[in-house]
Design a protein around this ligand. Structure first.
Ligand SMILES: Nc1nc2c(ncn2[C@@H]2O[C@H](COP(=O)(O)OP(=O)(O)OP(=O)(O)O)[C@@H](O)[C@H]2O)c(=O)[nH]1
Ligand SMILES: [Mg+2]
Length: 214
């Protein structure tokens, strides 16, 4: 009985995600779901990406948080459309939340929609939003063993961004070991290493995203 209920939730989400996907397709908007632990650097990467893309793409952002509008406040001076979703406790965004947020976004004025998911390394991976691209961040401070402990997001993302590479050498983070583990779990994954703090590696990521989204 319980299993049926859970299946119902996921089926309903898949259905709305498909509708969101169709809406993105009709409006020729490329949608990216950005997932990571709290503090890994999602908002920092969005800031760096917006600056790096400049006027090449028209960008909008949906910010997902349990509470507060701290992140959307950070972005609103960058001259883009930003909508904040507060989940009120839920540890992830779902397709229905995105559908509601889309009522406040003019998709006809966008090329790229970036969705910052709730900071969490587990739950966001389970809910499709209708996105074209699933990107996750792991920051150096979190440790290279995280793919083994939280496998779903690593196996299910198309891109892994290793952020805070400026901190490599300050602890025991082993980049080679991380790469090998992730490639074993998800051979097709594309990995970028960068630092939003120093901007090293950001250009390569931004150019790749531009090619992919346009
Ligand atoms: N050293 C270093 N710090 C960074 C880097 N990128 C982000 N930070 C810092 O990490 C902290 C968290 O960054 P955010 O961008 O807010 O992280 P987030 O993933 O959006 O966090 P939540 O939205 O709370 O889940 C901030 O203090 C950033 O300044 C980096 O490349 N190197
Ligand atoms: Mg954030």
């Amino acid at each position: 009985m319980d299993i049926k209920v859970l299946e119902g939730v996921f089926d309903a989400n898949e259905k709305i995600a498909a509708e969101n996907r169709e809406l993105f397709r009709e409006n020729e908007v490329f949608a990216m779901n950005l997932m990571a632990s709290p503090g890994a650097g999602k908002t920092s990467l969005i800031e760096s990406t917006i600056k790096g893309l400049g006027k090449r793409l028209r960008i909008g952002v949906i910010e997902g948080d349990i509470a507060s509008s701290v992140d959307s406040e950070r972005l609103k001076n960058l001259g883009i459309q930003v909508v904040q979703i507060n989940t009120g406790g839920a540890c992830h965004l779902d397709a229905n939340m995105i559908r509601q947020a889309l009522e406040y976004i003019d998709l006809t004025a966008l090329d790229l929609l970036i969705i910052e998911n709730v900071g969490n390394l587990v739950c966001p991976a389970e809910f499709k939003l209708g996105e074209d691209l699933r990107v996750m961040i792991l920051s150096v401070a979190e440790g290279h063993d995280k793919p083994l402990k939280y496998p779903l997001m690593f196996s299910d993302s198309e891109v892994l961004i290793v952020n805070k590479t400026d901190l490599i050498g300050m602890g025991d983070f082993d980049l080679e070991e991380l790469r090998a583990t992730v490639k074993r779990m998800n051979p097709g994954i594309t990995i970028f290493e960068l630092s939003c703090r120093t901007a090293q590696g950001v250009e390569r990521w931004v150019d790749w995203l531009y090619e992919r989204a346009s």
